[in-house]
Design a protein around this ligand. Sequence first.
Ligand code: SF4
Length: 369
Amino acid sequence: MSFLEEFQRWSFPGVQQRIASSNGARVEQALSRSAGQLDADDLIALLSPAADAALEQMARQAQATTRLRFGKTVLLYAPLYLSNICYSQCTYCGFSYGKDIRRLQLSPEQAEVEAGLLHAAGIRHILLLTGEAYRESSINYIGDCVERIARSFASVSVEVYPLKTEDYLSLRWRGLDGLAIYQETYDPRRYAAVHLKGIKARMEYRLECPDRAGEAGMRRIALGALLGLSDAASDVFFTALHARYLMQRFWQTQISISLPRLRPATGVDDVASIGDRDFARFLFALRLFLPDAGLTLSTREPAPLRDELCGIVATQISAGSQTSPGGYSDSGAARQFEIEDRRTVRQVADALAARNLDPVFTDWSPALK
Ligand code: SF4
């Protein structure tokens, strides 16, 4: 059994059509329900343009729910790109195979040095990223990096190519406790159009990846859709269904959701734009549908919006991020995408504290593993 079975019961165009035709009465009905008691029809209503008129009410209800479930804490983490070598071709990505960019892969020793810079900045939760390069970024290589870095970090997650259950298990033994795997889009037609080559082109294999990580006992799993590839509200709907399914099946695993908006990258200039009000509505709807899901904001988003949303709905944010391998020591390698929030870790933490929020650097001790 996997999420694929539930996914196949729905049609992406069908959901898109239902979202487009929802109305104010249906939105009111959804908002009359307690957080966590909403069904799929309620979620469709809150994701719809008809809910824009109720945005302030949604914000109030989402904020109250966030306070109840998470208090005022916001977890800070940082990405560390191990490699930008990739043999897949995704039309929206600066690392896509065939792009004329400076490619670089850190050795495990270099990765440890980069991680040391993040550690000195206060970061204790780290996300290691590679492209899809099985030979260069082998399981053994990823494991070597994880093992070195796990010695001094409270939590090490990876965002790499989809693995088998036994590979996740072997990485867990070496210190891994989290996985980020974004489906990018749940629209099969658009998925095929933007993933041209490589293992990432296998939509169903990727869709079942969080199941395999859950079966391996992963402590954290992060899902997401890259907004702008297809109808954004429908992609948020399917991400929410996916998260709910995983929360029910793997109740001991922390599930979080991120909704990165497409950003320009090398050779990627023509990106669809998702407005701030729509983006905020999607996050508020997610909070009301899934009160216990972590909601993550990356440095793709501008600082004022991140600060505002942390006060309402977000529970974890990246800070001080670089999006190229060796980026923390100025390697000059190509970035995956451009970031908007360029503040240091300290500046982000101070901005949260100024809003009476509690920036936290670790919510987990390896001693409890
Ligand atoms: S999104 Fe990932 S798989 Fe696709 S080109 Fe970029 S690094 Fe490679």
